[in-house]
Design a protein around this ligand. Sequence first.
Ligand code: NAD
Ligand code: UDP
Length: 319
Amino acid sequence: MGRVLITGAAGLLGSHLCDRFIKEGFDVVAMDNLITGDLKNIEHLFALPNFQFYHHDVTTFVHVPGELDYILHFASPASPIDYLKIPIQTLKVGAMGTHNLLGLAKEKKARILIASTSEVYGDPLVHPQAEEYYGNVNTIGPRGVYDEAKRFMESITMAYHRFHDLDTRIVRIFNTYGPRMRLNDGRVIPAFIGQALRGEDLTIFGDGSQTRSFCYVDDQIEGIYKLLMSDYVYPVNIGNPKEITINQLAHEILELTGSDQKVINKPLPADDPLQRQPDITKANEILDWFPAVSRKEGFAKTFEYFKNLNDEELFKKEH
Ligand code: NAD
Ligand code: UDP
């Protein structure tokens, strides 16, 4: 089938991508510096002859012996509290990390797919967000480190495509959740489930009227796989267009967990987008992709995963 390098392999999306490519019969080279990821997400693959792991920071020179057919660059802090805690590394992995991987793709004549984000649209003034929208990002705000790193990542990827004729793909990922998220990574679904499991009140930032559209990880992986195998070089949104407010989300999580905790309000973080919903017409038309997993089903699978964590993991505050 071929050989694929996956960066950010010990994280949520990277680890599920490793599983998918192994299942498809590829040789998988996984790379991660474990800054927000965890080896337990991929340790079940370690004994396989077609799986290799490199503990490496992709912001320093990346060397992989042998041929590569595909590179999937997923290394980057992804949760707002992670990238606010490590802002410089976030900028570096989007900029220098992407540059290193584009260079590697050029050397190996490999196709490269980079993980961009709905955050390139910032706090969007257009709703839902289609790929043609240029976005509304505060370059100097605290979230700018992530948003601008990803915007640079898209620009340098297109420059390599145009200037070096490199075979590139860009996926704009909208909020994706599922088993293997870190319970304490600050993203809203693990945050609410963790609070419910610990018997704490659910913390809604702001008045909870802001919206998000949550995609189950299996749907996201299918979309990414289809995009990689397509011949479309421009950015494609992959996400679930079913939009809900954070208030609604809190109530769905309370119902799911059977918890009788209260919801409490905390200040809204700076530049927190008020609304977010992908326009997935392109993914639908070009890739014949549409999300298949309902929130109810996806939340139930995710809750099952978190329920089985031990107390040490449940009460761990810092990564
Ligand atoms: P995650 O934090 O679970 O995984 C990211 C992985 O990247 C971690 O294992 C981390 O250790 C690794 N990493 C970070 N910096 C690195 C470096 N310099 N060198 C090597 N490894 C490094 O996050 P995720 O949700 O799996 O996100 C994966 C990718 O998808 C990221 O690029 C993220 O920006 C993008 N994305 C995710 C979402 C989402 O909702 N999950 C949305 C938009 C974009
Ligand atoms: N959020 C919240 N309580 C929490 C964590 C997050 O109300 O404990 C809100 C956050 O302010 C944002 C939404 O939930 O409006 C989604 O946050 P997340 O960090 O999951 O993703 P992003 O903001 O990157 O979409």
